[in-house]
Ligand binder design. Structure first.
Ligand code: MN3
Length: 202
């Protein structure tokens, strides 16, 4: 079964005015679809690998045949990162659960301090990439990574990630990455971050 783009669980315009409908449509239907198409192409003839989840492929990236490793890194990463990203957004943002809020306070001091740290990491990412909140060795950590590099390939589990490729914001925000980041927090689905956190600390 080839990898597939998961359908959005909300309308393209659901995140307006923070994320515009046209950006959502192109981002999901064109960019994400291209990562999936290229991942499927790269794995043609590798039936043993096709049966794995994309997350497992990324966790085991270093052990993949060299001929396909970079394609999986870029396109498998693109598939996994965006699949998480769509679910991390909602018109109904909510707030972190008490348990997650406590962990955030312990690691960063406050929710706003976490947001500043993610924004700083995402702003500091030169060119394309992502700002991430990950669980690493049971602890919360903020990192930025270039391109579609998945934290999974470093043994870290992403629980929140913001796409700072220009395709994620350029139509509405042009070069104003900081404005996009500020707006993005209005659509973070904390219930999903919470679920990811609980899975990560298992
Ligand atoms: Mn993207």
């Amino acid at each position: 079964m080839p990898y597939q783009v998961p359908p959005l669980t909300y309308a393209f315009n659901a995140l307006e005015p923070h994320i515009d409908a046209r950006t959502m449509e192109i981002h999901h239907d064109k960019h994400h679809a291209a990562y999936v198409a290229n991942l499927n192409k790269a794995l043609e003839g590798h039936a043993d690998l096709q049966s794995k989840s994309v997350e497992d492929l990324l966790r085991g990236l270093a052990g993949l045949p060299e001929s396909i490793r970079n394609a999986v890194r870029n396109n498998g990463g693109g598939h996994a990162n965006h699949s998480l990203f769509w679910n991390l957004m909602s018109a109904h943002s909510g707030q972190p659960s008490p348990a997650l809020a406590k962990a955030i306070d312990a690691a960063f001091g406050s929710l706003s301090a976490l947001q500043e740290k993610v924004n700083a990491a995402a702003m500091g990412q030169f060119g394309s990439g992502w700002g991430w909140l990950v669980v690493s060795d049971g602890k919360l950590e903020v990192i930025a990574r270039p391109n579609q590099d998945s934290p999974l390939s470093e043994g870290k589990r992403p629980i929140l990630g913001v796409d700072v490729w220009e395709h994620a914001y350029y139509l509405h925000y042009q070069n104003r990455r900081a404005d996009y980041l500020k707006a993005w927090w209005n659509v973070v689905n904390w219930q999903v971050v919470d679920e990811q956190y609980r899975l990560a600390i298992g």
